[in-house]
Design a protein around this ligand. Structure first.
Ligand SMILES: Nc1nc2c(c(=O)[nH]1)N[C@H]1C(S)=C(S)[C@@H](COP(=O)(O)O)O[C@H]1N2
Ligand SMILES: [Mo]
Length: 318
């Protein structure tokens, strides 16, 4: 078997409150250590000028978006030191360090399958295809924590349109880079590699679906998915694949890494839904940095997507 049973994976994901609290203490320590390094070297990235060409670089000309929430933004240090990124580690504190030297340039994104125009785009030209917007979104992990992040990107539909999808393109599949020499997690069979996630075409075309290359006004840090990821705010976090190298259009529903690992826990749709418990109860969530659980909202509060699911039983199509 190449794939571990779902139960093996899930045991590493459970975050009881005591563990959570210890991690919070850890995060505070990490912030101090990070500050010391920054102070010592003055310039970010001075240690490895050839890698992560633009990680942390300021993005110019960012427009505000009407889709942004006015809720309190989660501190940068939490969002960059508490990550799910199994290509690097199943421990949330580890991707920040392990992804430090990950090479994000040169980087090509292939757009293919059921499209009129197959494209191979250098990531820096892809980024320039539309003007960057700041989208402050709630982001809900299926494990029960949530964050509010000022992502930078543009609607995925803008990119999809450039490839002119054919009528038979009913689904879109996103594939993360496969680079086991750089990604230690890919040398272990915790998930099927490369990481694959997917959306139905109308979901991908919804203006809320974001192709993302920055956050907090700067290029994405490696641990958050540099150089390019998607952010689908009404779905659980794992639908938002990081470090994408391929966008592929198909006529049938793609198999996804998480669904393969544990079908009862991770459905294809994975819309945030407090009424459907997957492996974890989904009724409440805890915002990073807060202690009082808050009720989870249907579609993570993004009611404007409800029309995509009219007539569907969302208990069956979890
Ligand atoms: N390639 C890849 N993408 C991924 C993951 C991953 O392990 N690998 N984890 C997912 C999960 S479970 C979550 S919650 C979000 C976390 O994004 P963040 O670290 O930027 O908060 O990334 C998603 N995208
Ligand atoms: Mo997640």
């Amino acid at each position: 078997m190449l794939i571990k049973k779902g139960s093996d994976i899930l045991s590493s994901e459970i975050t009881p409150q005591d563990v959570y609290l210890n991690r919070r203490k850890f995060l505070t320590g990490a912030a101090v250590a990070g500050a010391a390094v920054a102070a010592g070297f003055g310039v970010k990235g001075l240690l490895s000028p050839s890698v992560g060409a633009s990680a942390g670089q300021k993005i110019d000309g960012i427009q505000k978006s009407a889709f942004s929430t006015t809720e309190k933004i989660t501190p940068y240090n939490d969002v960059t030191h508490y990550n799910n990124y199994y290509e690097f580690s199943t421990e949330k504190e580890e991707p920040a360090g392990l992804a430090k030297d990950f090479k994000t340039r040169p980087w090509t994104v292939k757009i293919d399958g059921a499209v009129k125009k197959k494209l191979e785009l250098d990531v820096d030209s892809l980024i320039k295809l539309a003007s960057p917007e700041e989208r402050i979104y709630r982001h809900r992990c299926v494990e029960g924590w949530s964050i509010v992040v000022p992502w930078v990107g543009y609607s995925l539909s803008e990119l999809i349109k450039k490839a002119e999808p054919l009528g038979k393109a009913k689904y879109v599949e996103f594939t993360t880079i496969y680079a086991p020499n750089q990604m230690p997690g890919q040398r272990r069979n915790v998930l099927q590699w490369p990481y694959v996630e997917g959306l139905r075409m109308d979901e991908a075309m919804h203006p809320l679906a974001l192709v993302c290359f920055g956050m907090y006004g700067e290029a994405l840090p490696n641990q958050d998915g540099a150089p390019l990821r998607v952010v689908i705010p009404w779905k659980y976090g794992f639908k938002s694949a990081k470090a994408i190298v391929r966008i592929h259009f198909t006529d049938s529903q793609p198999m996804t890494s998480w669904n393969l690992a544990n079908p009862p826990a991770y459905g294809f749709y994975s819309n945030v839904n407090p009424n459907v418990d997957t492996y974890h109860s989904q009724a409440y969530e805890r915002r990073l940095g807060e202690f009082r659980p808050r009720p989870t909202q249907m579609f993570n509060g993004y009611d404007q997507v409800a029309g995509l699911y009219t007539g569907m039983d969302l208990k069956k199509n979890y």
